[in-house]
Design a protein around this ligand. Structure first.
Ligand SMILES: [Zn+2]
Length: 355
């Protein structure tokens, strides 16, 4: 089985995924030999579905709100509706759709297609038979959903990483470490197109690496001193609130605006958060020696205020054998998750255990 990164033909547009075909293309149904899959990105606020072909091109897409507090049945109904909406505007015949791949919030068992555990962002989500339930809702529209391997699921961070590894910033890399810095800090290691999900499906929690900058600080996981307590977006805001009290802006974005306007304290806190991130990433890179390191998440879109100290700390922490390795920004934005989810079907080895 070739690596996912080999599936994008040489010379292909590196990021054609943002475009949806115009009316002329959508009117013409593609021949059944075109292999496609539906990728679903199931999050706490919205569910995105996209029909994706084997060259990682998005042919059609749909987004619906997540009824997050209405229980699993309502969420699954909404997910099925997002798939139906995407298929209705896709220029493919039913027989060309090989199946549905899902990237979902929560810890997901990719073998059973079930939700192992989840936060309260999705009410009662833990224990949901995600793949079986979604396939049951969609068999009328997608005949192939009866077959083995036709509905597969991973965690949304893993799906995001698979997308970047198959069609984004790491598409030419045989191994990649992908890390998101946003509301939380999470990541994934992808080797030859396969995502390392771990024995308990929980691999990649890089936010819970110990960080000297977070010494003594409580973490969202209940422990102390973890990277997420200093390097997530909310952590940057919280540090600024602790420092200036009443003069703090309402959110992380406001801290960055103050830094750009010349606030030394805002700048110091952002630099400390980015340096802690870079230092921790260097440690993981030293351990895994990935060909590429890709950074995504809200903080990755915040400019050089954050990237420069991150790059400096990362370079300073590398062992000599890894010198020259540099983190790069993710390329696909939110499309990474639906593309990665679809790649579960289009590249069935994506979640097999790494030998
Ligand atoms: Zn933690």
């Amino acid at each position: 089985m070739p690596a996912v990164s080999d599936r994008v033909p040489a010379g292909a547009d590196p990021a054609p995924q943002g475009s949806v075909p115009g009316p002329a293309a959508a009117d013409a149904t593609l021949p059944p030999r075109v292999r496609t899959a539906v990728g679903v990105d199931l999050g706490g606020t919205k569910i995105a579905a996209a029909v994706v072909d084997e060259h990682a091109r998005i042919l059609a897409r749909a987004t619906v709100p997540t009824p997050a507090q209405d229980g699993p049945a309502a969420v699954l109904d909404a997910a099925a509706e997002s798939v139906r909406q995407a298929l209705r505007s896709a220029p493919v015949s039913d027989s060309a759709v090989l199946g549905v791949g899902i990237g979902s919030a929560g810890v997901i068992d990719p073998v059973r297609g079930t939700v192992v555990s989840a936060t309260s962002a999705l009410k009662d989500w833990a224990g949901t038979a995600l793949c079986a339930e979604l396939a049951a809702r969609l068999r009328g529209e997608i005949p192939t959903l009866r077959g083995p391997g036709s509905c597969l699921a991973v965690n949304d961070v893993h799906a995001h990483a698979l997308g970047e590894a198959s069609a984004g910033a790491a598409r030419r890399a045989s191994s990649a470490l992908l890390v998101a810095f946003g509301t939380g800090v999470g990541g994934c290691f992808v080797l030859n197109g396969r995502v390392l999900t771990g024995h308990r499906s929980a691999a990649g929690h890089l936010g819970h690496l110990p960080s000297p900058a977070a010494a003594g600080m409580p973490c969202t996981c209940g422990a102390q001193g973890h990277l997420e307590a200093v390097a997530s977006g909310p952590a940057v805001h919280a540090a600024f609130v602790r420092s200036v009290r009443d003069a703090a802006p309402a959110d992380t974005r406001g801290v960055f605006e103050l830094a750009r306007a010349g606030s030394p304290e805002a700048r110091r806190i952002i630099e400390a958060a980015a340096a802690a991130a870079g230092e921790a990433l260097a440690g993981v890179a030293n351990t895994l020696d990935p060909e590429a390191v890709v950074i995504s998440g809200g903080l990755a879109g915040s400019g050089e205020l954050w990237w420069t100290p991150l790059r400096q700390a990362f370079a300073a922490g590398l062992i000599p054998a890894l010198r020259g390795l540099e983190p790069v920004p993710a390329a696909l934005g939110p499309d990474a998750a639906v593309l990665g989810a679809a790649s579960l079907i289009l590249n069935p080895s994506a979640t097999e255990e790494i030998p």
